[in-house]
Write a protein that binds this ligand. Sequence first.
Ligand SMILES: Cc1cc2nc3c(=O)[nH]c(=O)nc-3n(C[C@H](O)[C@H](O)[C@H](O)COP(=O)(O)OP(=O)(O)OC[C@H]3O[C@@H](n4cnc5c(N)ncnc54)[C@H](O)[C@@H]3O)c2cc1C
Length: 864
Amino acid sequence: MTSGKAGAAVADVDVAVVGAGFAGLYLLHRLRGLGFSVKVFETGADVGGTWYWNRYPGARCDIQSLDYSYTFDAELAVRWQWSEKYATQPEILRYLQHVADTLDLRRDIAFSTRVEAAEWDAAASLWRVRTNRGDAVSCRFYVMASGCLSMPKTLDIDGIDRFAGEVFFTSRWPHEGVDFTGKRVAVIGTGSSGIQSIPIIAAQAAALTVFQRTPNFSIPAYNGPVPADKRSAIESGREQYRDEARRSGIGVPVPVSEQGALQVSDEERLARYEAAWARSGLVEVLSTFNDLLANPASNETLAEFVRGKIRAIVHDPATAEALCPKGYPIGTKRLCVDSNYYDTFNLSHVRLVDLRTQPLATITETGIDVAGESLTFDAIVFATGFDAMTGAIVAVDITGREGLTLKDKWSHGPRTYLGLTMAGFPNLFAVTGPGSPSVLSNMVVSIEQHVDWIAGCLEHMRREGLAVIEATEAAEAGWVQHVNDFGDITLFPRANSWYMGSNVPGKPRVFLPYVGGVGTYRTICDEVVTRDYLGFRFEGPAGVRINDGIIRRVQPDVAIMLDIVRGLGLPAMETMPVEQARAFAAMLATQRPPGPNVGECVDGTLPGAAGDLAYRLYRPATPGPHPIVVYFHGGGWVLGSHDADDPFCRDLCVRSNAIVISADYRHAPEARFPAAPDDGFAAVRWIAAHAESFGGVPGQIAVAGWSAGANIAAVVCQMARDAGGPAISGQLLVAPVTDADFSRASYVDNADGYILTTSLMRWFWDHYAEEPARANPKASPLRASSLVGLPPALVVTCEFDPLRDEGAAYANALAAAGVEARHLPCRGQIHTSLMAVDAILSGAAARAEMGGVLRQFFGAPILA
Ligand SMILES: Cc1cc2nc3c(=O)[nH]c(=O)nc-3n(C[C@H](O)[C@H](O)[C@H](O)COP(=O)(O)OP(=O)(O)OC[C@H]3O[C@@H](n4cnc5c(N)ncnc54)[C@H](O)[C@@H]3O)c2cc1C
């Protein structure tokens, strides 16, 4: 019995845990070791979780056993020898039983006991847990270690109760096993369990019919003894190997290619896929290139490679075609690992029924009716999957603060902070909950990380005399956003998968796991702790302590880019002489993806205010004439060129269906203010006067620019207005410089760490204009005496940009002056990130909007 400090109430145990699989067992051991009293509840009659329930023939892990093992106990790791590369269910179950025995865990586990409800008692600061046996246990902390794939999906097939033959569920397989010899067997479902069991059932049955709704991609397991190279990699440096796993993408240390699939020749790509296929391993195959789960075209190369393998294995072309997955990217449903799955369809007593062309009508007394056919069976095997990630959690009636139920809170999809905790549910933790890497990882690695984090948190609370912990609403909302942002830059949302909840009718379609990788995720969880449990509210005898905040606000791909840049340890540009800075910037520009193809790209010169200026013209592939966008590159008036902004100009050209002319201008310090806007204005005048010779539509000219280029575009609009022409249809200002004023909040908040720094901006201004000149509206367009009569505008700002607030101020000032102006604030972006076409995918929506607004400048009104 322990006392809960906040309410001084007495709890039966410190911690109640639901589930005795990999997670519950380690949690019990870890917390016990820290001196906490723990009670575990388990519906099953023994330990094992997944490996207790899923006893179907062929059940195995699909992450190699040497990786899919606990690492917390060095002795166990050395003592236990796996017999196969991918161990069978009985062997994994024996392993977990061995762990339970060795660590004497069973004495604190209530088996054959299902937790039905748990309610937070705020007055006593404890949870009251109720089971199906009528037990009531109070605890200070309540942990759902109930499994991501432990709640079988409810069947949505008509007539299931009518069938008079035998019925089996892969997830609830009889312990004594099943002998299908001589029987006519149906298997419904071709997910991982179906794919593993079908070859073995086929080897026994007189006839096997497989009912397939959605084909899955599967790769060969090449199962056998534990690979010697893997064993020696671990044995020669166990800690280092495990540490690499913990810092990796999915919890297995596999080198990730630094190339995209389309960056190599067709021959090279094929050779790499063949090598990966021959090595096998789902992690290895999906790591062949770094963009397979982000770039649809890259993904399709692998998908088609695997389809080619299926066609080569399966003799009957119609069956092969039906087995070929189409319509969703490979890897966005769990990639299966099989032993002879596709070969099985070459057996004469095995038949595939494609439910997309022959829908299932009903189950009858004797079998299954599909369109146009009645099929007779002795046994039906349902391999129909799970209500993944949330099913087991919401199956318990969990009631948090003020009567809030978890079911209600999650009615539109799960909301968690770090996949570990939930606002409104104090002292409740979930192991591998939604919003954590969980099912996208080697789950043992993820489980150990979560258990260690929870243990660390409980220790911290004990040390600090804290009784209650709860995620704040803001931290949770920020995390949900971050999880979604990460999901959105991948291809996962394109599949109707259980990762998306799509396999369960009525379940909200939300991307459930965190796709940022176990290494990134671990860093974040650790950072929450080192930042004094950022995003949590604690209660203790000394009162309430809230450390509110959001752990990740920068877009995930921007954060990756920033990490890479930081890792390079590049010198600050403002510390370099100008020529060196220019060369450095030009070198960095060559590292970017090239941007999309356009119809034509030509370089030329046009007369500027003081001599010829270079330009580059991008023409759409569509028939002309086209409107023209005159574009000014960024670079603080000092650096840059049309080469540097080339990908962005290509993107603008394709998205706007306009000719983009990237016009150069003289740079400072050789040509200081007002050379740049004078050149810009000269270019616009020239292009407007010669629109037809460029293939443009006379009178349809817009201006655009990024950063200092956007400053020039804005100033050119003012100069054109004041000069009485040329008429400008619109201005697209991306992260513009509009005012030489460093006092705005964004200059302070984003002074450092987001590539464009406040000190670099000062360096640019110093090279560009004397202090007094900076107040001139030709340098600071926000300072113009009037903004009335300017062309329609789209002003794009980035959240983590020193220039954010002056951009927003310009958008507001334009609107206040009656200009048709719109402000597009880009959440989580930095000054440079929108330019990174095909590299920063989170910027794609903003780039699409820019293209759309440019089109509107030349046609429909810009404000809907
Ligand atoms: C067939 C199959 C193969 C898999 N292969 C792999 C693999 O190769 N690699 C990998 O990383 N992952 C794999 N997984 C995922 C697997 O679930 C995890 O790796 C891991 O076993 C999960 O452990 P856990 O303790 O979190 O959950 P589980 O093992 O699911 O254990 C949860 C336990 O909680 C119990 N429980 C749930 N609700 C209640 C309740 N209300 N009251 C009492 N008890 C409750 C359940 O009975 C269950 O025993 C596989 C899953 C399946 C189904």
